[in-house]
Design a protein around this ligand. Sequence first.
Ligand SMILES: Cc1cc2nc3c(=O)[nH]c(=O)nc-3n(C[C@H](O)[C@H](O)[C@H](O)COP(=O)(O)OP(=O)(O)OC[C@H]3O[C@@H](n4cnc5c(N)ncnc54)[C@H](O)[C@@H]3O)c2cc1C
Length: 208
Amino acid sequence: MGQSTSSRDFATLQHHLIHDNHANRKAMLDFIADDPIYIPRYNMPLEFEREITLQRLKKLGDKGFISVFDFEKNPLNIFAAHEVAGMVDGSMGTKMTVQWNLFGGTVIKLGTERHRHILSGVDNLHNVGCFALTELGYGNNAVEMETTAIYDDDNREFIINTPTTLAQKYWITNSAIHAKWAVVFAQTIIRGQNEGIHVFLVRIREEK
Ligand SMILES: Cc1cc2nc3c(=O)[nH]c(=O)nc-3n(C[C@H](O)[C@H](O)[C@H](O)COP(=O)(O)OP(=O)(O)OC[C@H]3O[C@@H](n4cnc5c(N)ncnc54)[C@H](O)[C@@H]3O)c2cc1C
């Protein structure tokens, strides 16, 4: 028996609503449906939840469903992968956006040639990163943040400092565990002059 008119219409409507990257979305959904690691679980201990979220994400990265290089080749796929991930596991969606969008996206868009070596370790989660913007005292009002990056002329390096309690970086997904790198936003002070907020790539954990 052929497809009924209404199911054909539904498929057409769905195709238009989904808009882009149809093949990748379908492949990602099929992959998730086939692998028991993605079966929803409840009341998990915190450590287990953190680990399974990382493993779920790693499988998606290894299969190439999302890539930091999509920012240069196919930016809509960044959204597509997030939409599928968000339907499956909200924690995985948050961790995905920090790794590929906030961390990887910052490095690929604001980094220079000398930072690009990080990018090869974004998709396979070798270089897990975090995005240190929000401070305890400055959430939406991030422009007032207090973290400083003061240029040390003698040693030709920036010294990053948390001068007050309210300046603590807060809510930083991946920073408590897993992240080796942080992109840190700070008031940039050069020879006594505040040059505004700039971002610094900082190593926060060594290789195990
Ligand atoms: C799951 C999760 C993950 C996160 N991960 C990261 C991360 O990886 N890196 C990172 O840097 N941050 C992260 N954040 C922090 C997030 O960016 C902040 O929570 C956000 O910027 C809001 O800041 P706040 O929580 O301090 O709220 P506030 O800015 O204090 O806002 C509190 C309330 O006041 C209201 N409000 C604030 N300003 C105004 C205004 N001018 N006018 C009217 N109303 C206002 C807000 O709407 C809100 O209801 C994460 C947050 C969550 C929940």
